[in-house]
Write a protein of this length. Structure first.
Length: 211
């Protein structure tokens, strides 16, 4: 499958899922993960943050409520997810939601068209990394856009109980151990701060940009 076809199929999958995405089950599950994740988050004053695979924007809204002076960019492949995120945006204009691919991260301006470099104090990725076809490329992009001492918060299923992959969506799902995550980070120039289980097999890994 070509990458173009892969991303088209993923986009269609999430467009179809979007109307029911914030159902009771996912709302309770993600709220629990978000609350536990927030306990590990530290940000500088007036932080610029990026949420990759932002979905309907729930985490970014919770983050903005916790840190009232931050400005955030949410990126997602799915236009339908983004429409919901914009409609539910509780912190406009501090938060904006734009179409974007984690393998080619745009800037945090309103148009989201220019390339970002050393722009963000933190990057977040919550239950989205398992969809990416080229995890090393994503790590490289995150390293490119993080400021010195910036942090990457990766929260996703670990393979402890799930094996290494599942075929539940177009292109399948891939899971990465703490060791594999560290290898991806090291190759991209990021340093591992630690790994923490948030809820069941959901593992949070925190990486830091040197400097």
């Amino acid at each position: 499958m070509s990458k173009t076809s892969f991303f088209e199929q993923k986009t269609d999958f999430f467009d179809r899922w979007a109307p029911g995405y914030d159902c009771l089950l996912t709302t309770v599950f993600y709220q629990a993960i978000h609350q536990r994740l927030l306990d590990y988050v530290s940000l500088p004053a007036q932080a610029q943050v990026l949420d990759l695979g932002c979905g309907t924007g729930k985490f970014l809204n919770r983050l903005a409520a916790r840190f009232p002076d931050l400005r955030g960019l949410g990126l997602d492949l799915s236009p339908v997810m983004l429409r919901q995120a914009r409609r539910k945006n509780q912190h406009h204009p501090r938060l904006i939601f734009c179409p974007g691919n984690a393998e080619s991260i745009p800037s945090g301006d309103a148009k989201g068209t220019a390339s970002a470099a050393r722009q963000f104090d933190a990057v977040f990725n919550t239950i989205s990394f398992l969809h990416y076809p080229d995890p090393q490329r994503v790590f490289q992009e995150i390293a490119r856009v993080l400021r010195p001492q910036g942090k990457f918060y990766l929260a996703d299923y670990s393979p402890r109980c799930l094996g290494s992959s599942l075929s539940l969506t177009p292109g399948g799902l891939k899971f990465y151990s703490a060791q594999k995550r560290q290898e991806l980070a090291q190759t991209s120039g990021l340093q591992c701060q630690g790994h923490y289980y948030l809820l069941g097999p959901v593992l949070l890994s925190i990486f830091t940009q040197p400097g």
